[in-house]
Design a protein around this ligand. Structure first.
Ligand SMILES: NC(=O)c1ccc[n+]([C@@H]2O[C@H](COP(=O)([O-])OP(=O)(O)OC[C@H]3O[C@@H](n4cnc5c(N)ncnc54)[C@H](O)[C@@H]3O)[C@@H](O)[C@H]2O)c1
Length: 247
């Protein structure tokens, strides 16, 4: 087994599906102790099945009041101080801008932005006490370009990039790096639902690489940013989009 993360406790949100689950597996295969957090109860079983010992899931709606602080307190108590946080919990609710219902706007901001901030705040405070930490949040290509029917989603992801910059400059001196990762469409349940059929084929054709990304490719990038070699990368929004935003 690769032991490159054997001294790490990694907290991964959205760990019951897609990118979060793949990231959790990536860290577990490299020796980290992984705590996965998700709304979905499956997270408990999925984390217990990861390679290595001690991984566990916390079933939690991260938009609930005080959820992030409770989760991090539980992690500290059961697994030790977290050294890695990956914010992957997210939703994509698509509506034409003129029709976005307030509840769907708010739900998007609550999960994609506010939950990521409160998790970073709770975990970052422990990391600063320890003098070391790595925080990586999933933004999206939607953070840097506009996408039809993605008003709430694009706004929430652009805000992640702004938040990442502020946290990075406040926490760099304390040994904590904070970065965002922005994939094009990734072939996960969320990605497949939002980009099915003809719309998906058109989107693929517009990507210079001619395809969507795989969750393992995103996990490998996050793994690099979470490692000791990435100490000088902070405040960045790293695109992983097959050249889509370079056109
Ligand atoms: N798949 C893509 O095409 C793509 C592209 C760019 C960015 N992203 C971003 O990557 C992240 C992961 O996407 P994915 O494709 O793996 O999605 P997914 O739907 O496969 O998984 C998201 C997970 O987040 C969990 N979640 C949702 N709301 C939650 C809440 N309130 N509390 C706790 N957990 C909650 C879900 O239960 C689910 O398990 C998201 O932030 C998404 O916006 C995805």
């Amino acid at each position: 087994m690769d032991n490159s993360f054997s001294n790490d406790v990694a907290v991964v949100t959205g760990a019951a599906s897609g990118i979060g689950l793949t990231v959790a597996r990536h860290f577990a295969e490299r020796g980290a102790l992984v705590v996965g957090v998700d709304l979905g109860e499956r997270v408990t079983e999925l984390m217990a099945e990861l390679p290595g010992k001690g991984h566990h899931g916390i079933v939690q709606d991260l938009t609930a009041d005080g959820a992030a602080a409770d989760v991090i307190a539980e992690v500290v108590q059961t697994a030790g101080a977290p050294s890695i946080l990956v914010n992957s919990a997210g939703i994509a609710l698509l509506d034409p801008a003129v029709d976005v219902p307030p509840a769907r706007w708010q739900a998007t901001i609550d999960v994609n932005l506010s939950a990521s901030f409160y998790m970073a705040q709770a975990a970052g405070s422990v990391m600063l006490d320890e003098g070391y930490g790595r925080i990586i949040s999933l933004a999206s290509q939607a953070a840097v370009i506009g996408l039809d029917q993605h008003a709430a989603y694009c706004a929430s992801k652009a805000a992640i990039v702004g938040l990442t910059r502020v946290l990075s400059l406040e926490w760099a001196g304390g040994g904590v790096t904070v970065n965002a990762v922005s994939p094009t469409v990734v072939e996960t349940p969320l990605g497949k639902a939002a980009w099915a059929g003809e719309k998906g084929e058109r989107a693929k054709a517009a990507i210079p690489a001619g395809r969507f990304a795989q969750p393992e490719e995103v996990a490998a990038l996050i793994g690099f940013l979470a490692g000791p070699d990435a100490a000088m990368i902070t405040g960045a929004n790293v695109l992983i989009d097959g050249g889509f935003t370079a056109v």
